[in-house]
Unconditional design. Structure first.
Length: 277
């Protein structure tokens, strides 16, 4: 801090937080893209590969914590960070140069004049090309925030930060670059082992039910929405594949929900325990 006209100006100190599990192939680039942060904190869920060693070699502080779910892991990271301002990144994401420039400008400004949180557009890459249609972009993510004004919502999947009602939230223009899908097999596996089961369990916990008619029709309607109405066809073959996988995800999550609502209570609630980042 320094003094100007008898008023104290507080510069922003930022802790960049990641959660990991066996991310040895991706963690180096993710941590390197956060070199502008005052602290890089990795909460690792007992990886069996070189994730922790690689992260530490690039200057990250690593904490080990048994897997408790996406939201809980990210909240744990925020709670144990050295600074109140949190920038959250996943291991399969990178900070673009444009976003870095924006954050550095905010970092060197007076904290008293800033919003409490910032939504950031996320640009996904699929089949080696950026995807800007089909509902995939701008995919706003609230990833830069003051932890005194917000917390991670207690959900099983698609976790996000929930800000206090009085908090002021603004948008940045630079992208988070997202490299989540490695290939078609990986995409199919993610839907089948993580996203569809977790989405189904989350709907079940919230008391939602599904009809047979919904299961039969949801695949087609989801495909048409993503490929036609949301312009997925503008992304070529990649757009078609994304819409097709979205249809499969919708069908599978509702089918799993139907199974849950028709099975004995003691057999439900077991899905999320097996899922990691």
């Amino acid at each position: 801090m320094f003094y100007l006209n008898s008023a104290t100006i507080f510069f922003v100190k930022i802790s960049a937080c990641l959660i990991t599990f066996n991310e040895a192939e991706k963690i180096a680039e993710a941590v390197q893209s956060l070199g502008w942060a005052d602290e890089i904190l990795v909460v690792d869920s007992e990886s069996t590969d070189a994730t922790r060693a690689i992260a530490e070699s690039f200057g990250a502080r690593v904490l080990i914590r048994k897997w408790e779910g996406f939201s809980k892991q990210k909240q744990y990271a925020a709670d144990h960070a050295a600074h109140d301002w949190i920038f959250s990144l996943d291991a399969d994401e990178r900070v673009s140069d444009e976003l870095k420039t924006e954050i550095l400008r905010l970092k060197n400004s007076d904290e008293n004049g800033l919003a409490d949180g910032f939504r950031i557009p996320r640009l996904a890459f699929y089949m080696n090309r950026p995807i800007r249609h089909g509902g995939w972009y701008p995919d706003w993510q609230l990833r830069f925030y003051n932890r005194r004004k917000g917390r991670w919502k207690a959900v099983l999947v698609h976790e996000s930060v929930q800000m206090n009602e009085s908090a002021k939230v603004e948008k940045l223009r630079g992208d988070i670059l997202h490299y989540s899908v490695e290939n078609a097999s990986h995409h199919h596996r993610m839907i089948g082992t993580r996203y569809a089961p977790l989405a189904a369990e989350q709907m079940f916990v919230r008391g939602k039910t599904v009809s047979a008619f919904k299961i039969v029709t949801v695949g087609l309607t989801t495909f048409l929405q993503n490929y036609i109405l949301k312009g997925g066809f503008l992304d070529g073959l990649a757009g078609f594949c994304i819409a097709r996988f979205a249809a499969h995800h919708a069908f599978l999550k509702y089918l799993l929900l139907w199974e849950m609502q028709n099975r004995k209570p003691e057999t439900t609630g077991q899905i999320s325990k097996a899922n990691r980042p």
